[in-house]
Design a protein around this ligand. Sequence first.
Ligand code: ZN
Length: 241
Amino acid sequence: MRYAILGDVHGNLEALDAVLARADALGVDHFAQIGDIVGYGPDPGPCIARLRDRETVIVAGNHDWAVVGKLDAHTFNPYAREAVEWTRRQLDRAELHYLESLPLIQEPDGDFTLAHATVDQPEVFDYIQTYQDAQRSLDELRTSVGFIGHSHVPMSFVRRDELMHTDARYLRLEDVGRALVNVGSVGQPRDENPLAALALFDTRTREYALERVPYDIETTAEKIRRAGLPEVLAQRLFVGR
Ligand code: ZN
C-alpha cells in the first residue's frame, strides 16, 4: 500500500488540498495524519471534513486536545492560545466530538506506528530533542517504523547498530532495525521552507520519500487576517518559521 503521511495541518486548507492533489497525481490511495488537524489556521472544519472523506488514519495532536478541553492551553504561547479559543467557536458538536475521539497511537495493519509527539508518552506531547528522547520512543515501537510530527521540522532517527539522525528526504527503511521519522508539517512548516510537506511511504518496498508542495499562501494569510487571528500567524507561513 502506498500511504501519504500528512504532518500537522493546522487548519490550512490550501496547503492540505495541494498535498492531497499531489498525492492523487502520484496514485496514492491510503492516507494517514499525525494530528494537529486544527489550531493556528482559518479552516479547521473543512480540514476535518477533507481528512474524513479520505478515511484517513489519524491520531490526536496537542492542539486538537486543547480545542476540546482535554489539554490545558495555558502552556501554549499567546497566539496559539488565541487560535485555540477561536477554533473552538468555529466547530460544531460533531466536529468537536470527532477531535475528542481521536486515539493517541495508531498502528494501521501493523505496517507502521503513528503518534503526534512521542511514542513512549504520547499524552504528554514532549518534543524529541536528544538521542535519549528518540531512544525512548524507538524502544516503545512495536513496528519497525514510527511517524511523528509536532516540531514541524522533518528529520529522522534511524537505529541499526547504533542510533543516528538524518535529514535525508529519501530513506529505504526495509533493512532498518528501527526508525522514527518526523514528516514535517503540511500547514505550518518551520524548517525555513514554506512549501507544504508531503511524506510518502510504501508499505511493501519500505521506501520513504518527502516531497515539498507549493500552495497559495497568500489566500491562507488573507483568511487568517479576515478571521481576526493574530497577524504573526499569517506572516510566518511565508517564511516557514
Ligand atoms: Zn503542531
